[in-house]
Design a protein around this ligand. Structure first.
Ligand code: NAD
Length: 490
């Protein structure tokens, strides 16, 4: 696996620039643990320049465009991404260790994010009118908020960056993106694409760097009224504290520890496919991964035997190989953290069954792993491991499994497998999570709300729900005739 990659600069005010203080950090390959390239390491001074440019663009050319003209840029971005899928996907795999067969789909979805939001703004960004007899007509309009700060993680970088960028730009905001420091390459490619499309200077800016420096400066900047964040729950809470003084509007997409519940009447073969894909796709570094399996005790031994078989057959290897299903984890530090949970599982008295990983590799490989004899109160069940690791447990009745599924601090997603239609709905509605799938893997419908409850998030993005975050809803009250006005002091 070889790629020649240039050093990565920031993209500020329509130009690719180095850090004001000339600082850089090294970007490390998950496959070799060798340096890939150097990346500009932004600080407050760089964020200040980027926010300044974004603010000028918001009040300048971008803010003056007709909707049709603005959306023409959004469609064009989608087209250029589509034209470059075969080049962006390998770059993403090279940087993150995600298998190429999966990054190709993510990049294609990234293009669709732009097309989808162009269509949404054209057709669904509508206000409401409230008639009050023949006296008043009150109506709402949506206005862009200003400079949107977007802070993104490394687990599906290009897709997640565009998932935020598309609605932010389509609704008329300007943007400063702070991508994750472990996956800077495709964020830079996104800047190149937008540069090629020719958006006015300052509409889109990228400042690379660490969360504690570049990220924190963006969060506390007084001219950034909204922050859309995806990442760990603890980081989200820190960011909310840091943004409190400037009264930021936040969208928080945080961690998860989602259950998959397989009842005794489930279509076992399909449930098994969904369970295996749901935890081992994206190398297990997936916010909506079904990392807790609850299988009914009457089918548990067969289900778990078959899951074991799958685990040993999963193809773990070079992320750039089309046949690879699981690649190396993003970073040595994350790898050590995931491995530490496997040791913890053994200490907690579990059986840890691991599939195969490449031998003699320098990559951050954790083999697909199944943990047996887990109990709900164990740390490996309560905490997000964010790797290819699933904890299996059994249950006897519906009330028990609902209790177990809800007995964690997270509430992002959930999956229920049963052929009993009433039970399917009942259990789905009883699970405390933002999103539930019945007899399905995680298939997204972009029109629907995306987000978590409890410690998995605040707010919803997706569909028209994104308008609540990326726009200001203004109400205009218009008197249609002379209504009564008290005449104080007359
Ligand atoms: P992270 O919280 O470590 O980092 C995310 C981003 O925040 C990075 O860009 C980082 O530089 C920045 N950051 C860190 N500290 C900051 C600070 N003090 N101020 C401002 N920015 C700061 O998360 P990660 O390890 O990159 O990503 C994995 C996490 O993301 C997992 O918990 C996963 O579940 C979650 N995730 C959630 C969703 C969702 O939609 N709910 C989607 C994908 C990933």
């Amino acid at each position: 696996m070889k790629q020649q990659v240039k050093d990565v600069p920031h993209y500020i005010n329509g130009k690719f620039v180095t850090t004001v203080q000339e600082e850089v950090f090294e970007n490390i390959s998950p496959f070799t643990n060798q340096t890939i390239n150097r990346v500009a390491s932004g600080n407050k001074a760089d964020i200040d320049l980027a926010v300044d440019a974004a603010k000028k663009a918001f009040y300048g050319e971008w803010g003056q465009l007709k909707i049709k003209e603005r959306l023409a840029y959004i469609y064009k971005i989608a087209d250029v991404i589509d034209e470059h899928i075969d080049e962006i996907a390998p770059l993403e795999s090279f940087d993150t260790g995600l298998p190429i067969s999966q990054t190709k789909k993510m990049v294609s979805r990234a293009a669709y994010n732009f097309r989808f939001y162009a269509e949404m703004v054209a057709t669904r960004m509508v206000g409401e009118a409230y008639q009050v007899d023949d006296e008043f007509l009150n109506y709402t309009i949506h206005k862009p908020v200003g400079v949107a700060g977007l802070i993104t993680p490394w687990n599906a970088p290009f897709m997640l960056e565009t998932w935020k960028l598309a609605p932010a730009l389509a609704t008329g905001n300007t943007v400063v993106l702070k991508p994750a420091e472990w996956s800077p390459l495709t964020a830079n490619r996104l800047a190149e694409i937008i540069d090629k499309v020719g958006l006015p200077d300052g509409v889109f800016n990228v400042v690379h760097g660490y969360g504690e420096t570049a990220g924190a400066a963006l969060v506390s900047h007084p001219d950034v009224p909204l922050i859309s964040f995806t990442g760990e729950t603890t980081t989200g809470s820190e960011i909310m504290k840091n943004g409190a003084d400037s009264l930021k509007r936040f969208s928080m997409e945080l961690g998860g520890k989602s259950p998959i519940i397989v009842f005794e009447d489930a279509d076992v073969e399909r449930a098994l496919d969904a369970c295996t894909w749901g935890i081992f796709s994206f190398n297990g570094e997936r916010c909506t991964a079904n990392s807790r399996l609850y299988v009914h005790e009457s089918i548990a031994s067969t289900f778990i035997e078959q899951l074991k078989e799958r685990i040993f057959n999963i193809k773990v290897g070079d992320p750039l190989n089309e046949n690879t299903q699981v690649g190396p984890l993003i970073h040595k530090e994350h790898y050590e953290n995931v491995r530490s949970y496997l040791d913890l599982a053994k200490e907690e008295g579990c059986e840890v069954i691991s599939g195969h990983a490449p031998r003699n590799s320098e990559g951050n490989y954790v083999p697909p792993t199944l943990i047996l004899h887990a109990k709900n109160n164990m740390r490996i069940v309560q905490e997000e491991i964010f790797g290819p690791v699933i904890a299996a447990m059994t249950f006897t009745d519906e009330a028990e499994v609902i209790h177990l599924a809800n007995d964690v601090r997270y509430g992002l997603a959930g999956y229920v497998w049963t052929k009993d239609i009433q039970r399917g709905h009942r259990v789905a509605q009883a699970i405390d999570s933002g999103m539930l799938w019945v007899n399905a893997q995680n298939v997204r419908d972009l029109r629907t709300p995306f987000g978590g409850s409890k410690h998995s998030g605040i707010g919803r993005e997706g569909g028209h729900y994104a308008f609540d975050f990326y726009t200001e809803t203004q109400i205009i009250h218009v008197a249609l005739k002379d209504h009564y006005i008290p005449q104080f002091g007359k």
